[in-house]
Design a protein around this ligand. Structure first.
Ligand code: ADP
Ligand code: ZN
Ligand code: ZN
Length: 654
């Protein structure tokens, strides 16, 4: 019996492919098919009576006897493909681990252990926690979105655990998304010890076999809790009963390459399709989420107090206008001294790795720049290299100026490496622990650093914002923030929102336990309104003023955007292409959609490619998406130079 099947294949094309198949095959199964000269793995999407193509090729092998992707997951993936205008074949292939993509048999190699042997100390919930748990449980059998707005350390995780325990008792599975799993080992640990069932983590540090096993344990229902980074949103979970997105405001839920989706936004759709509750947890809700609360799309639950004795830290400013041009101001040095003497830990944030961001000639003003990007090279002293943080190029620093040949070359500014060195000279007896991408490239070295900090011994921790996420260091009493001014000066309209979130998050790192912590922020703009709100712990008030500004300017979340980004090694080609797009769009009825651009990318040249952007915006989401569909339909009318690469980014955040 020969039938026709429709197959999705991971190619950058928006269509699917028809094949003949002489075996029984179910929708969602993998098949091996000929494609051009090659054999590829595809996913069966439907059975057909006839095809509009005459000569069909035949399926070579049916790999799965049962569906790898269930109909409900397929529905969700189709929705995602449609919304982000990304080819279905690539969306499906993105949803399954590499081994399965390559056609390996879908069998679990090794079941992971179930941890919960250690009997948990059962905390009695605060009344706020109790209310939150009760409210969510109350609505557990239908789609309901909750914002769990809890100040840092207020016990959000405890709420997640209680709700998870309840749902597991009913045989449900729970999906937990976190921004960066390497940075939240405590989370995996807490779920592993507490819940009655198998907890699996899905993240990029697993090897391919582990990834495949985690995926299949989730799909078979063996795993009761799946904890993962953004791509875990696509995991097959037959009994999914709840989705939790922790730190929902975090930008890393948005994928910034190929298939540009937001796992936070998709969690809404997945919960809706599965008719289950969704919890978005954070101390600093994104403006998008606050607008959803205002529009009654989300129900807000609050945890305003830290359990037990823990109190919020004091936040003070250091006015850098009256300080020498150094990374560390005198008052900051004095504070560090004070807290070390008290046997406490101190943490300093600076948002740049390396030794110094500028290497220049004091005679003629030449500065070392990347030959492939519009950016300066950062000096890394440990390895004696100048490195480009955009494309990764590195070289040995010049010994004389390439422009005037003099030898008066100097460095300017500070990065984590130089700060570490400074601290070591100020505090020769203290332990300084630096945490940034350079010191934590290996998984082991990161956990070794964390272990040292968790021992509670006094030390100075220096790090980039990768430290701000989710850590709970009980002996940390003081946080210093060194370079916020860049965030205040930025042209990006989201910069102040992100800065406010960062400041609240880093402040939340200290003052756990029964010690009142302190935060000092160095700035040359002490009168900026952001600081008053942060100092009085009024993130929400500040967020509301930002929302008003966005509304007045008709910017997201009050408007919906799509970015069409084009790039090419040929400097003029991207702009030319985008101008043709504008002409095309203007020739069709674009109605309520505004067009901005083309404008050069924020960094115009990256890795030898020139970037140009075109923004489409509308207050009506459907209109915007209709225009993009029409654009795709008419695409062949545009002459695209073969040197131009382009992509569409829906709801861009950069
Ligand atoms: P968040 O996720 O909001 O930052 P956590 O859930 O990590 O907060 O809780 C912060 C700390 O407070 C943790 O050490 C946790 O064990 C503790 N904690 C949470 N809930 C309670 C409670 N009801 N009583 C006592 N301690 C609690
Ligand atoms: Zn010079
Ligand atoms: Zn570069």
């Amino acid at each position: 019996m020969t039938s026709i099947i429709e197959v999705a294949i991971a190619v950058p094309l928006h269509n699917t492919f028809d094949y003949l198949c002489n075996q029984k095959v179910v929708i969602g199964a993998r098949v091996k098919v000929p494609f051009g000269q090659k054999k590829v793995i595809g996913i069966v999407l439907s059975h057909k009576n006839k095809s509009k193509f005459e000569k069909l090729r035949s399926v070579e092998e049916v790999i799965d006897s049962e569906a790898l992707l269930s109909e409900s997951v397929l529905d969700f993936l189709f929705w995602s493909s449609n919304y982000y205008h990304h080819p279905i074949g690539e969306v499906l292939s993105n949803a399954i681990p590499k081994n399965l993509r390559l056609g390996k048999p879908a069998v679990i190699k090794k079941l992971s252990e179930i941890k919960n042997s250690i009997s948990p100390t059962i905390l009695s919930l605060t009344s706020e926690q109790e209310d939150a748990v009760a409210e969510i449980i109350n609505y557990k059998d239908s789609f309901n979105g909750f914002l769990l707005h809890g100040v840092t350390g207020s016990g959000k995780t405890e709420v997640y655990l209680r709700v998870t325990e309840k749902l597991l008792e009913e045989g449900k599975q729970v999906l937990v998304l976190v921004p960066e799993i390497g940075l939240t080992p405590q989370m995996i640990d807490r779920f592993g010890k507490r819940v009655n069932g198998r907890v699996v983590a899905v993240h990029s540090q697993l090897n391919e076999t582990q990834k495949q096993d985690a995926y299949l344990m989730a799909k078979s229902g063996e795993a009761k809790v799946v904890l993962g980074t953004r791509s875990a949103i696509f995991t097959s979970l037959p009994n999914l009963g709840l989705i939790i997105v922790d730190e929902e405001h975090d930008g890393s839920f948005k994928q910034q390459s190929n298939f540009r989706y937001s796992a936070r936004d998709l969690s809404f759709i997945r919960a809706k399709l599965a008719n289950i509750p969704l919890i978005l947890g954070t101390a600093t809700p994104s403006l998008e989420t606050l607008k959803n609360v205002a529009d009654k799309k989300l129900t807000k639950l609050v945890l305003n107090n830290r359990p037990g004795n823990a109190i919020m830290p004091d936040v003070n400013l250091i006015d850098m206008r009256s300080q020498p041009v150094e990374a560390l101001s005198n008052p900051l040095v004095a504070k560090i001294k004070h807290y070390l003497k008290e046997d406490k830990q101190v943490m300093l944030f600076i948002n740049r790795r390396g030794y110094a961001p500028i290497f220049f000639c004091t005679d003629c003003g030449w500065r070392s720049e990347c030959s492939s990007c519009d950016s300066t090279l950062v000096f890394h002293r440990n390895v004696n290299r100048l490195k480009c943080h955009h494309c990764g190029i590195e070289k040995v620093p010049e010994s004389s100026c390439p422009s005037c040949k003099n030898q008066n070359l100097k460095i300017l500014g500070y990065g984590t490496e130089r700060l570490e060195e400074n601290l070591e000279s100020y505090f020769p007896d203290a332990t300084v622990i630096r945490i940034d991408r350079d010191t934590t490239r290996r998984k082991k070295s990161f956990s070794a650093h964390l272990e040292k900090i968790n021992s509670g011994a006094p030390c100075i921790i220096v790090g980039t914002q990768m430290l701000a996420k989710g850590h709970d260091f009980s002996n940390l009493a003081f946080v210093g923030v060194l370079d916020v001014d860049i965030g205040l000066m930025s042209l990006d309209y989201r910069a102040t929102e992100h800065l406010a979130q960062l400041l609240v998050q880093v402040s939340g790192r200290c003052g756990r336990g029964d010690y009142k912590g302190e935060v000092n922020i160095q700035t040359r703009y002490p009168n900026h309104p952001i600081f008053n709100f942060i100092r009085s712990s009024e993130y929400l008030k500040y967020a509301n003023t930002l929302l008003l500004e966005r509304e007045e300017a008709q910017l997201p979340p009050y408007a919906h955007q799509a970015l069409l980004c084009a790039n090419s090694k040929n400097k003029d080609a991207p702009e030319k292409f985008l101008n043709e797009v504008v002409a095309l769009l203007n020739s069709i009825d674009i109605d309520s959609v505004e067009i901005w651009g083309p404008v050069p990318g924020v960094i115009e040249k990256k890795s030898d490619y020139y970037y140009f952007n075109l923004y489409l915006q509308s207050s009506n989401r459907n209109k915007l998406h209709q225009i993009i569909k029409t654009f795709y339909k008419h695409l062949e009318k545009i002459k695209v130079s073969s040197s131009v690469r382009w992509f569409i980014d829906i709801d861009p955040i950069e």
